[in-house]
Design a protein around this ligand. Structure first.
Ligand code: HEC
Length: 127
């Protein structure tokens, strides 16, 4: 194989590899981020006390966007991009025992970090 042919083959190979990487890539998709990283946490850790189906403790449901936007007794549970003014974040950080959520067992650090990331990204929620 001549050097020229080899180079051409290599170049095409590289282009294909890059196109592939773009397809699969790490491009941020807000709806997908919510569905794959956030919704499962809410479903497994919060819905049993904060959903239409199981009840709205503190007046709060988390199984719809409207639920956290309206919020409960404290007002909106999430202020997009604002951790400090998001009662949901204050609650999962377990700052004080009265407002700590979920009440019995603190979330894993990765779950808290994902919820914080979600709020910082503007709280995308396609529901
Ligand atoms: C075992 C039931 C239970 C679970 C599970 C639970 N909560 Fe709560 N939550 C409550 C109760 C009860 C209240 C009402 C305040 C209180 O009594 O502490 C409340 C209140 C809240 C509030 C304050 C609402 C307001 O406006 O007053 C937030 C925010 C909250 N929960 C977030 C969460 C999040 C986020 C999760 C999941 C990570 C969660 N909770 C899981 C029972 C629960």
């Amino acid at each position: 194989m001549s050097v020229r042919v080899l180079l051409t083959v290599l170049t095409i190979g590289l282009q294909l590899a890059c196109a592939h990487a773009d397809d699969q890539g790490t491009a941020y998709d807000p709806d997908r981020f919510f569905r794959t990283q956030i919704q499962p946490i809410l479903e497994t850790r919060c819905y049993k006390c904060h959903s239409e189906e199981h009840g709205a403790e503190g007046g709060l449901t988390l199984d719809s966007r409207k639920g956290w936007q309206t919020g409960g007794e404290l007002g909106p549970a999430v202020s997009p991009s604002d951790l400090k003014n998001s009662p949901l974040i204050q609650a999962v950080r377990y700052l004080d025992s009265d407002t700590a959520m979920p009440p019995k067992k603190k979330l894993q650090p990765i779950e808290i970090a994902l919820l914080e990331t979600w709020v910082l990204l503007g709280a995308p929620d396609p529901r």
